[in-house]
Ligand binder design. Sequence first.
Ligand code: 13P
Length: 252
Amino acid sequence: MSKRRPLVAGNWKMNGTRAEAAALVDGIKNGVSSASKAEVAVCPPFILVPLVAERLAGSAVVWGGQNLSVHKSGAYTGEVSGPMLKDYACTYAIVGHSERRTYYGEDDNLVAEKFAAAQSHGLVPILCIGETLAERERGQTEQVVARQLDAVLEKSGISALGSAVIAYEPVWAIGTGKTATPEQAQAVHKFIRDKLAKLDRHIAEGVRILYGGSMKGSNAKELIGQPDIDGGLIGGASLQAEEFLTICRAAD
Ligand code: 13P
């Protein structure tokens, strides 16, 4: 396993009542010790961030938002800004999730702006990139992830990757139960790291690249055991404390 500290981040997507969120974070918190090697994070829907922040304060688990506005305040109905997330002590902000790209029209440039906005407000962006099934079948996986990365590199520069996390999430593996094989995932993770290494070897070696897409307790160890896979961004399996904790232990 690599020398980078593994990160296991739960992306709850649009799930959870207050009662469900409270039970879930309490279950996670009780299962994660401050001695654990892996860092553990949860990213609830915005409306649950205050509840999660209150219950996790002082614990070994950190939290973040699933998205953020590029603006810091003003007449942007329905949006939530970086300073608002920071006000609730968020560590992370997910940017460029494939569901944002697909359903809400977020293109590479907007994602790059969100990445920069997160960093400018002291949040660590978790930049999601990944190809669709059609793109993979056309042999375009590397081209797509390179393009998605380039938008961020052009706007923020390679040094910005020194305080960011990348999540490789093949769209065809998200919520489908179809996980990329450890070999498939490792190949793309290595491609990403090699691409960054051409710009700055030190940054490339330090940046954590998470895998996301139907990761669960039963496949986490093999995936995270790959040399360039530094943890996971977990959707469905992050909604059950025990399943999520199994992944956290696999990363430890
Ligand atoms: P699933 O784990 O449900 O496939 O979701 C992955 C994901 O999109 C995490 O951001």
